[in-house]
Design a protein around this ligand. Structure first.
Ligand code: HEC
Length: 157
């Protein structure tokens, strides 16, 4: 009888473990959700232009005053029309639109991939290999900062 009890407990633990793994793999249950932490770090870069420790991320180009992505592309990354500059919609969905990104003038440009977005942000080069306007800063992002920023761009709709 005693060994039956132990067997029962062992089986019960196994069932709990299998259900737990299933929930983890479907994302119903999460252990610290690294993805959203990543996007939160990306939001700091997007909104403030600093790394999570508050250090300003260096860049070249841009305008006279220091600005973050949100200042020039709008709080939701949808792009802005200002007297000084016109900036495109940089939501991930727009940049990777299969028919090509929608430009501020309504026309379609090239379709970006993750690597091409990174090149545009860090080197100011568009998918055609052309230089972007120098108003768009060239950001010196580490690999970790880039991953965080990309994760955040994917949350913008
Ligand atoms: C000082 C204003 C300014 C800031 C700050 C800025 N951008 Fe831009 N960005 C622009 C402008 C203007 C363009 C359009 C350049 C062009 O069409 O040649 C642009 C273009 C881009 C493009 C290329 C889109 C296309 O039309 O091909 C991407 C991607 C982009 N920005 C992402 C970002 C990200 C991410 C940040 C923050 C890390 C950022 N930008 C910060 C002004 C800015």
């Amino acid at each position: 009888m005693r060994s039956f009890g132990l067997l029962f407990i062992a089986l019960a633990l196994l069932v709990v473990g299998v259900i737990g793994l299933a929930l983890l793999s479907t994302g119903t249950l999460s252990l610290g959700t690294p993805t959203s932490d990543l996007a939160e770090r990306g939001a700091i870069i997007f909104n403030i232009g600093s790394d999570p420790n508050g250090q300003p991320i260096p860049y070249t180009g841009g305008m006279m005053m220091r600005a973050a992505c949100a200042s020039c592309h709008g709080a939701n990354g949808q792009g802005l029309h200002t007297p000084m500059f016109v900036s495109p919609n940089i939501t991930y969905r727009n940049l990777t639109d299969p028919t090509g990104m929608v430009e501020p003038d309504g026309g379609h440009g090239m379709k970006y991939t993750d690597d091409l977005i990174r090149r545009a942000v860090t080197h100011g080069i568009d998918p055609d290999g052309q230089s972007l306007d120098p108003v768009m800063p060239r950001w010196q992002l580490t690999d970790a900062e880039w991953s965080a920023l990309l994760a955040y761009l994917k949350t913008l709709l």
